[in-house]
Ligand binder design. Sequence first.
Ligand SMILES: [Zn+2]
Length: 333
Amino acid sequence: MTNKSTPSICAFLILGGFCSFAKAAPFQFSAGVSVNQKELLERDFAFLGSIQFEDRPDSRLKQYLNVGNLNSQAVQDWLKIRVHYIVSPDSRKRLLTQEGQPFVSGIRNAQKVYFPELPSVVEPSGGNTIMFNMGADIYEIAKAEHKPLVLEIEGLENILVLSPRVGIVEFGKAFFQPLDPSWPESRITDRLHTLFRLESLLHEARHSDGNGPSLTFRHQTCPKGHDYEGLPACDAADNGAYGIGAEFLQEVLRVCTDCQESETDLLKILLADDLNRLLTRLGPNDEKEDSPWIQGQTEDPGQVEAADPNTVKPNTVKPNTTIWDPRAEGFKQ
Ligand SMILES: [Zn+2]
């Protein structure tokens, strides 16, 4: 059933057909994000608001996002709770304690090694990471060290990291490049690239979620024989970052009635890449669709794992609540 609850004068997926009434994207930008890049992201976000999703009860995207109705407003809202800052490469400055001192001690020795330690969006191999949820990673360091941390980023006020939902994502070069290097640069403004960036943002947004063992929905090492063997580029849970990306693309393919074959072919390639990273889908064919949740890892939505007994009491979790406990992750005192 097509969702009619959000009337929109925007036709879905008309090239350049971004809603003129759409609200500005809710992101703050670091130094180094160009005017064109900001505009593009504003348009991407507005475009997300124009997609007429089908609000089906069996939609996995709806289930994963835990929204009452699957519509563009709900997806925009889901994203903007989890992504707040868009940070350009090289605009990170320092990691500080709440008292303003460089953060130097502890098991992850973060000031000394923070920048090398966190996955860099510019890889030494010359490859390019698309995007990285820096805020979630810093939150994990802070939690392990029992110290709230402050991140200095050029062009932004200092950010106190108290929750994995601080939503600081850093983009790499590949984020604003054509998917095929032989394509002209101008293609990054087309619908395919908008969908690619939105899928990347939704992926990163999922890393702002999780609780205890599932905190940040950290990727797993891909198994032997996998295209990404040995790399942390797979997910144990279908409702992790790759699963969110995959389900978003599936929903888009479902409703994109005016998509050109060339576009759907490429969206399907992006989709196949996401699905290929879901460890539950790597079994024999007859098992592939049967295990959307990992038992004991990311359990069904009513079974938030009680990771931290100080912050989560399992018997207070209501059925059908999100796998994310809405209370902010706290620091052990
Ligand atoms: Zn990821």
